[in-house]
Design a protein around this ligand. Structure first.
Ligand code: ATP
Length: 517
């Protein structure tokens, strides 16, 4: 097992052990790619949603939120192109009977070549020492060049074939690259087929009056069909945005990566309506703003990168992903798409209703262009959770497991611990809790030695422990212990709230994105 696999396994078991995430219907052996959030998970998820919402809605005077229904009129999905084009190319291995996404097989092949090239570079850097010129080595070493050009060629070909919907060529490419099934090791593949990812269902009780519906595969369409309602009732002027968070459903073919790829998940999307011709400017602006939002959480700039799409979805004229360094490598975390006027024009055509905006500045009516930012809440959860989970060797040689969640997002902000279960200390601890609870999620813990309690809170991600001891009885002071530095300070009970608030308040954290703007 690789280091990466190991780290990922730890993330999954830690999520269960500390009440964050478990598989859905676990007692029945679970349901593939569907997960439940437990007592800490639900808080972390809620805090991420709130952090997004405040930054996208509250901090912009031209962005408002909605909450549209999961069920939508079925013509919505005809108009959006999902019925005809929301497909993934699937391929089966005849020996292992495992199913894969053909494009993912090629992408993984390409990623391996990149890793090989990087290994060569690291080796050379060691060999040459100080005098090593990475740029020169990359552009001249034949082995590195070979890996990189093979990678580029494979990615370009898969992009081209998928765009042309040439599934025969996709299969031929998998054979030409000699890609083997990771499970059976065999190259015995079926033909490639297109598979629609939408879940179907029915509304209505009687057989003749019922209607075929889909569970929405994205939240965006609920925004498009309501764009004029919001524009008119809110007297919004272009450019303006509509944001929404909510469940989306996709019958994913490959679902092996915990909450990275789920069949039922939550999206946080914002559609920004702009003048035709101004979309590229806004596309660049939103790329920058979204990256600043991610960086504000302090998980490390080196863990993010942009990936520009070569193969564009049917609705887009430009698209990029913000990729994150997950335990299994860099993968898409958020998409920023310039969706043109595709969706609104198509809804106008299919509904027969005018969806034009009258621009009072130019005295012209037009269908706005749209720039979208779309992020998976569960994927964001995984990004934060996996990066925060760390093991450290302490000075005394012991290991400490610590979940360094950004304090603003941590489910529990403070654990209040009486040093011992007697002498009136529990009573004071409860009084502190009663006061802090008005502002923060707090817990009480009196079991085990205080050192063990600290470790338990470290592993659960609680940024502050407050300990009540005998000195508290004399001078009303307590010890506050910081999760990350393990530093301890004494302070007055009366000052606790201010100290904690300063470290966990959304406004302080969001300030960092504002400074970047
Ligand atoms: P991928 O290429 O990984 O399948 P996508 O390009 O289809 O993703 P979008 O349609 O752009 O994804 O959706 C926007 C965001 O929604 C993604 O960036 C991701 O964070 C999230 N998302 C998409 N599919 C899933 C899923 N099955 N499970 C969890 N999150 C998802």
């Amino acid at each position: 097992m690789t280091n990466q696999d190991n780290q990922f396994k730890k993330v999954i078991s830690h999520a269960k052990e500390y009440g964050y995430v478990v598989q859905s219907s676990e007692i029945y052996d679970g349901l593939g790619a569907v997960y439940d959030y437990l007592q800490n998970g639900v808080e972390l998820k809620k805090n991420i949603r709130e952090y997004w919402w405040k930054s996208m809605v509250q901090m912009h005077d031209n962005i408002v939120g909605i909450d549209s229904a999961i069920f939508m009129h079925p013509t919505t999905w005809k108009a959006s192109g999902h019925i005809d084009a929301f497909n993934d190319p699937l391929i089966d291995n005849k020996d292992s009977k495992k199913r894969y996404r053909a494009d993912v097989l090629v992408e993984e092949y390409a990623e391996k070549l990149l890793i090989k090239a990087q290994k060569e570079i690291t080796k050379a850097a060691k060999r040459f020492g100080e005098s090593f010129d990475e740029e020169q080595y990359k552009t001249t070493n034949p082995r590195v060049l070979n890996y990189l050009s093979k990678r580029e060629e494979a990615l370009q070909k898969i992009g081209k074939y998928l765009e042309a919907n040439d599934l025969v060529a996709v299969k031929a490419l998998i054979e030409e690259l000699e890609i083997a099934c990771p499970v059976s090791g065999s190259k015995n593949w079926t033909d490639v087929k297109q598979f629609n990812l939408m879940f179907g269902t029915k509304i209505g009780a009687s057989a003749d009056s019922n209607m075929d519906l889909y569970l929405r595969p994205e939240t965006a369409q609920g925004i498009f069909v309501n764009y004029l309602n919001v524009q008119k009732s809110g007297r919004m002027k272009i450019p303006f945005g509509i944001a929404q968070t909510g469940k989306a459903f996709r019958n994913e073919i490959v679902a092996r990566q915990f909450i990275f790829r789920m069949r039922e998940f939550e999206q946080m999307e914002m559609q920004f309506f702009v003048r035709p011709g101004e979309q590229m400017k806004w596309y660049e602006t939103w790329k920058e703003r979204r990256l600043a939002w991610h960086l504000s959480l302090g998980l490390g700039e080196e863990n993010y990168r942009f990936h520009k799409h070569d193969k564009l979805a049917h609705y887009a004229d430009a698209a990029a992903d913000i990729e994150f360094n997950f335990p299994f490598g860099f993968k898409e975390l958020e998409g920023i798409h310039s969706r043109t006027d595709f969706d609104l024009s198509s809804h106008e055509k299919h509904s027969g209703k005018k969806l034009q905006y009258f621009d009072p500045e130019t005295n012209k009516s037009y269908i706005p262009y749209v720039v979208e930012t779309s992020i998976g809440l569960d994927r964001m959860f995984l990004a934060i959770f996996s990066k925060s989970l760390q093991e450290e060797i302490l000075e005394n040689g012991t290991t400490r497991t610590v979940l360094r969640l950004p304090a603003v997002l941590a489910p529990i902000k403070v654990a209040v611990l009486p040093l011992v279960k007697k002498d009136g200390l529990p009573k004071i601890a409860h009084e502190i809790i009663t006061d802090l609870r008005l502002d923060f999620n707090v817990v009480y813990d009196e079991k085990d030695a205080v050192g063990r309690r600290y470790r338990r809170q470290d592993a659960a991600g609680t940024p502050f422990c407050v300990t009540v001891d005998h000195q508290t009885l004399e001078d009303n002071t307590v010890t506050i212990r910081y999760r990350d530095s393990m530093e301890q300070k004494r302070l007055q009970i009366n000052d606790l709230k201010t100290v904690v608030k300063d470290e966990v308040s959304i406004s302080n954290w969001l300030q960092k994105t504002r400074e970047k703007k």
